[in-house]
Design a protein. Structure first.
Length: 402
């Protein structure tokens, strides 16, 4: 990649402050004494603090007066102080420990005046990786008001900074996909092509972005590109799993890519074919491209998520394609690969500027293969879309010589 990008610094501090203030406004209106957040994505959204979520509880809390604290296991204190600007970092020795971390957290919250009526994304740390513990309400004798829906509503419309990060993610998805397509040749295996493409794209991204790349949690995290097992007839399984399959002439392939930038994701997927496509492959491929274009063209002021899915479903019905339908048109994307709202007949959320979606209608034939293109788009102020992922969609460009 020859073009030099501008430095990326993640989400500005002023924007993070505005997010927290917006949540505090809700907390104060509801008469709550403060809030506690356990979900790693929510904590990152509000603070840009990254951590590896394990059985050891981590929490971020803010009192109604604005005082903040982050609560981590003891071995995370040094890193947290070095990599964040939190003025108050509280900790506990270990989980489960001689005293359960949730009881220690309860005392920390009480010292901040967060008691009696508390807002929280959930009533205690989630039961992941074997974690078990008392509910937040049980440790503090407080009533807990749910906040997850409030935070989700805040995350729906992306800011200019968030869109910039997703756009940068899209660039590296494109780069990784070009490498993946180059390495997916007959005789190679899924693992060979995927690992080679992801490794090379990650190193190129790190070299170009340097400190502007927001580090993830593991040294292996970075750009990824692969098939998740959607090779040959298995490509008709919308969510297959990898088996290190060897590519063969006549295979239909469905790709996936990812390149988190400061935690923000774009998505780029394509259907590809090894060797000369059959007439049926061409038919389903062409309808896949057309269905995606129907979804693109459906965006306009005043519509809902259901309207987008409905437009594609009508196209499928008019062209006798319903037997090949498996999934809705797409979903929102950002800090998580899948976010609400969903481009689905059952989701009547109004489309608004700043929303970012994947557009990925697919057709799946058990005797031929699966066909799915996914592009990431942002809704523009006029109700249309800006397609953030830039990669060929035509069958000629996506046919791999046998």
């Amino acid at each position: 990649m020859n073009q030099k990008t501008q430095p990326r610094t993640g989400i500005p501090t002023t924007e993070l402050e505005a997010r927290r203030e917006g949540l505090l406004e809700h907390v104060r209106r509801e008469g709550l004494t403060g809030y506690v957040i356990f979900d790693a994505d929510y904590i990152q959204y509000l603070t840009s603090f990254n951590f590896l979520a394990t059985e050891r509880p981590v929490a971020f809390a803010q009192s109604a007066a604005g005082e903040m604290v982050v609560f981590v296991p003891e071995f995370e204190v040094e890193r947290t102080k070095a990599e964040t600007s939190f003025e108050r970092v509280e900790s506990y020795p270990e989980y489960p420990g001689l005293e359960h971390p949730m009881r220690i957290l309860a005392r920390v919250l009480e010292s901040m005046g967060i008691k009696e009526s508390i807002g929280a994304d959930q009533d205690g740390y989630p039961g992941i990786l074997g974690y078990h513990g008392p509910a937040l309400g049980d440790t503090s004798s407080s009533t807990v008001a749910p906040l997850a829906a409030v935070i989700e509503s805040m995350m729906v419309r992306k800011s200019a900074a968030e869109i910039s990060l997703i756009r940068e993610s899209a660039r590296w998805c494109e780069h990784a996909h070009r490498l993946l397509q180059e390495y997916s040749v007959p005789g190679a295996t899924e693992a060979e092509a995927s690992l080679r493409a992801g490794h090379e794209a990650t190193l190129a991204m790190l070299q170009q972005l340097g400190d502007a790349y927001g580090g993830q949690q593991a040294s292996s995290d970075g750009v990824s590109a692969g098939y998740r097992g959607q090779i040959g007839l298995r490509s008709s399984w919308a969510h297959a799993v990898a088996h290190n399959i060897e590519f063969q002439p006549g295979d239909v392939l469905v790709t996936e890519t990812s390149a988190p930038i400061w935690g923000y994701n774009a998505e780029l997927e394509r259907a590809m074919i090894i060797g000369t496509p059959t007439d049926e492959m061409r038919r389903l491929f062409d309808h896949t491209v057309a269905a995606q274009q129907v979804a693109f063209d459906a965006f306009r002021p005043g519509i809902t998520c259901a309207d987008i899915d409905g437009a594609v479903m009508r196209y499928f019905e008019e062209n006798d394609l319903l037997p090949y339908w498996r999934q809705h048109v797409g979903h929102a994307i950002g800090l998580r690969n899948h976010e609400a709202p969903f481009l689905d007949l059952g989701d009547h959320t109004p489309i608004e500027p700043g929303m970012v979606f994947t557009i990925e209608p697919g057709l799946y034939a058990a005797d031929v293969g699966g066909f799915r293109h996914s592009d990431t788009v942002v809704v523009t102020p006029d109700g249309g879309i800006d397609v953030l992922t830039n990669y060929p969609r035509d069958i000629e460009s996506l046919t791999i010589p046998a």
